[in-house]
Design a binder for this molecule. Sequence first.
Ligand SMILES: Cc1cc2nc3c(=O)[nH]c(=O)nc-3n(C[C@H](O)[C@H](O)[C@H](O)COP(=O)(O)OP(=O)(O)OC[C@H]3O[C@@H](n4cnc5c(N)ncnc54)[C@H](O)[C@@H]3O)c2cc1C
Length: 314
Amino acid sequence: MAIWVFTDTHEGAPSGSALELLTKARSLSDDVAVFAVGTLNDAGAQALADHGAQDIYQMDAGDQLAAPAAARALETLIGDHQPEIVLFGMDTTDRDTAGRLSARLDRPVLANATDVSNDGPVTVTNEILGGIKRVVTSFEGDGVALIVTRPKAFPAEPGGSGSVVVTSIDAPDTGIVATVVERHVEESEGPDLEAAAIVIAGGRGVGQEKFSTMDELAGVLGAAVGASRAVVDAGWVPYSYQIGQTGKTVKPDVYIACGISGAMQHVVGMKDSGTIIAINKDEEAPIFGIADLGIVGDVHTVVPALIEALKARS
Ligand SMILES: Cc1cc2nc3c(=O)[nH]c(=O)nc-3n(C[C@H](O)[C@H](O)[C@H](O)COP(=O)(O)OP(=O)(O)OC[C@H]3O[C@@H](n4cnc5c(N)ncnc54)[C@H](O)[C@@H]3O)c2cc1C
């Protein structure tokens, strides 16, 4: 049976999570399709095809809030094509549509999935308590399985035939009129936090006045800067920097946690990083429990010394 992947679009490109979900979808079925909100450009459609999409249904809602129309359109398409699973990412439109579709189809949504299986009934794996326990839940009854997945749960790997049929459908009239009046794109410099190979994350221990040392270290390493929620809540950096349960999920090759305690809510957003390096003056800090390398010391001493040593090498 078919597996469908939902994606929002930005300037004609699909979301990054769509490519991850297509990779997973290919492992579950030979029949993989995408439902896209917005209009894909050629490169965007090709990227989806290169990751395994055979069919794309795209619906442009213009300046209207997309989720009500997307849920209505998907309800009809699901009735026609009977996919086994629809996979959503964590983006706002993904979650908004999944909830509305759940109500329309009277089917549950299982969210925060870190794995999905259809070897028998469709099951979803969730990690709880900061990832120390896994819960596997299965769907019951007939009908489509609606699943919202965690970012970076699956690596995006190209595969599939690379050819795709794109079908544009009209946005159905739902009677819900909600107009998007403004879109705000956060200005940022340097690598994208969610895609960077190296992430420097600063916590409360860095202090507001010295937080710029995180940018300096990141500049030397070509890294992106992230932060704990304590730092974001204090207003030292914008919310877009936040890593963790209520922030971004990152999976860089190297994660350097500076002055971060390692609270469970932070750890869930970075624990799958390749090599985790922690700098903390408290040797009992929980972050050392998941770190591959730990430096017990003052960030205000260790980080400048690191910057100097790295500069001397280059
Ligand atoms: C529902 C909910 C959701 C949450 N979501 C998130 C989330 O998405 N992301 C997130 O990060 N948190 C989240 N939190 C908050 C989380 O529980 C922690 O409060 C937060 O992560 C702590 O941030 P911190 O480690 O920077 O600060 P602290 O816990 O205050 O730790 C500071 C650390 O810095 C060390 N330190 C201090 N000075 C120095 C120094 N000079 N040199 C070296 N080390 C030093 C200390 O030893 C300490 O370990 C959430 C909480 C809740 C309840």
